[in-house]
Design a protein around this ligand. Structure first.
Ligand SMILES: CC(=O)N[C@H]1[C@@H](OP(=O)(O)O)O[C@H](CO)[C@@H](O)[C@@H]1O
Length: 524
């Protein structure tokens, strides 16, 4: 740890000695905590960071103008698509993906360092229980999907495989996440295959380039954005771990999408068969102002333009037929080869663009009292995970169906979209569809059939509440077993047709339901 004199010298070099203004008021213990924090800041990097933040904030508004003339949509023919591909092609991709998984070449990597500010919780988003009948959290759902996809690959290829789960956390999320996983027995996964690591934190800076103090002995720090991944991979020797395990393909995703298909065999298979080193899943944007980035080309190079950086006039542009020009919405599901990650980590990581977020950052005033500002007072610099697309030699985009694969948890209930209620409904509607498509009949509390309705509006529950455990079905696939209690023959729904016990689901669903339930409800 640094001495006070060393810390002062470093801060002087970076022009930041103001952070020591309460030093004489601190207790011995508080001083140690502060020196420990200061020890982790490199003076050279610190002064660069503060200068860059202040400069970037004053430039921020110019970016939109540049995009006006340099941005173009990705032509539809260059986007792979689930709905535009025939069954045979989808099956080939699925088979390819399952094979790669079976051969232990696929890992998933979760970006879970965010603070969940919009959702308004103080704990990691993955621990959120969205109110499903099972009470499962996002982390549990994801863990169970990993188990299931491993099982599908095992059954199809007759070997025992592992999909390692790398979880990038931050100072805010590491401890609670670790504790939660331990308390829950890693949700049935082998702890040695769940690898948590931490991304860096960087100081928040005022508009005049000064570090903000959050306490008399604490700098206001924030994670360096989900693009902090590339530095964290190096800091924590993650790529070496992947190499040791023989991982070649990595599916990177954000924690908040309840419908995320972990290690999606179809997406993996698509990317592998196209020889891609980098890929992104997209959905058609729902409306111009939807807060999703758009996959497009800028100066001929593939990239995502983030919603916060896209001017409304651009977002609102439409083709003569009415479709949005910039319609490829990024759902934060990326495919990378390990070689590509290695190259980015070694050569390009330092070149990643710094994005500026102007935020309300709580600070201590001259008297040392905490102030919660009512208007933005600080700059947080973030890197974005998708900013590496420009370094790719073969980039592919893959369009999937929103209702099957994208429903993110961003806001607290009460907001119109992306809330616990909307994501719960998306999942339950999906499971209801899976069951109906596989031949299930639902009965109401009087034993009368409920008329099947495969499309429901976002603001209503599906006709029957039915939650299917990921341990039963990964993506609606069913096992071909004859079962007497079914009125219609079972159908194969998607290419992955290896075993599940979905017929057990139907059996319970068609039983008489308790009288006091308004709708058929069953948990698995
Ligand atoms: C930097 C980054 O990855 N931004 C992503 C990410 O946005 P957040 O607002 O950070 O959650 O998830 C969105 C999808 O939910 C995606 O559209 C967007 O581009």
């Amino acid at each position: 740890m640094l001495s006070f004199e060393e810390a002062t010298a470093r801060l002087q070099a970076a022009g930041q000695t103001h952070v020591l203004r309460f030093w004489s008021e601190l207790s011995g213990e508080e001083k140690d905590v502060f020196l420990d924090e200061l020890s982790q800041l490199d003076p050279e990097e610190l002064s660069q960071h503060c200068r860059a933040a202040a400069e970037a904030a004053s430039r921020a508004s110019g970016e939109g103008e540049r995009l006006d003339t340099h941005m173009e949509p990705v032509a539809a023919e260059f986007i792979g698509s689930v709905c535009k591909s025939d069954k045979e092609t989808l099956k080939q991709w699925d088979d390819e993906g399952i094979l790669q998984i079976a051969e232990n070449r696929v890992a998933v990597l979760l970006l879970a360092g965010g603070q969940g500010t919009r959702l308004g919780v103080s704990y990691p988003k993955g621990m959120y229980n969205v109110g499903l009948p099972s009470g499962k959290t996002l982390y549990q759902i994801q863990a169970e999907r990993i188990q299931k996809v491993q099982e599908l690959a095992n059954e199809k290829n007759g070997s025992k495989c592992t999909v390692p789960w790398y979880i990038m956390t931050s100072e805010f999320t590491l401890e609670p996440t670790e504790k939660f996983f331990k308390e829950n027995g890693y949700f049935g996964l082998d702890p040695s295959n769940v690898i948590m690591f931490e991304q860096r934190m960087i100081p928040a800076v005022s508009f005049d380039g000064k570090i903000i103090l959050e306490k008399k002995n604490k700098i206001a720090m924030a994670p360096d954005g989900n693009g902090g991944l590339y530095r964290a991979l190096v800091d924590n020797n993650v790529l070496e771990d992947m190499e040791k395990r023989g991982v070649q393909y990595v599916h990177v995703y954000c924690v908040d999408n309840i419908l995320v298909k972990l290690a999606d065999p179809v997406f993996i298979g698509f990317c592998v068969s196209k020889g891609a080193d980098c890929g992104a899943k997209v959905v058609e944007k729902a409306y111009p102002a939807e807060p999703v980035g758009v996959v497009c080309r800028v100066d001929g190079i593939y990239q995502v333009v983030e919603y916060s950086e896209l001017k409304p006039e651009m977002a609102e542009q439409r083709h003569p037929g009415g479709e949005l020009v910039y319609s490829s919405g990024n759902i934060c599901n990326h495919f990378f080869t390990r070689d590509f990650l290695q190259e980015v980590a070694q050569k390009f990581q330092g070149q990643l663009k710094q994005h500026v977020a102007i935020k309300k950052v709580p600070f201590v005033d001259e008297e040392g009292s905490l102030v919660k500002p009512t208007k933005p007072n600080g700059i947080k610099m973030e890197k974005f995970v998708f900013d590496v697309f420009q370094f790719s030699k073969k980039f592919v985009a893959f369009e999937v169906l929103r209702e099957e694969e994208f429903s993110p948890l961003k806001n607290a209930d009460g907001a119109p979209v992306d809330t616990p209620t909307t994501v719960r409904r998306s999942l339950l509607a999906q499971h209801y569809r899976w069951a109906v498509q596989a031949g299930a009949n639902f009965l109401d509390e009087h034993g009368n059939p409920i008329t099947p309705k495969l499309r429901t509006a976002q603001d209503v529950d599906p006709p029957a509440i039915c939650e299917i455990s990921p341990l039963v079905s990964y993506f609606g696939e069913v096992r071909h077993l004859p079962h007497k209690s079914l009125n219609t023959p079972q159908k194969q729904y998607l290419p992955s047709n290896t075993g599940t016990d979905m017929n057990l689901v139907f059996q319970s669903l068609t039983k008489q339901q308790p009288k006091n339930r308004k709708k058929t409800q069953h948990r698995f």
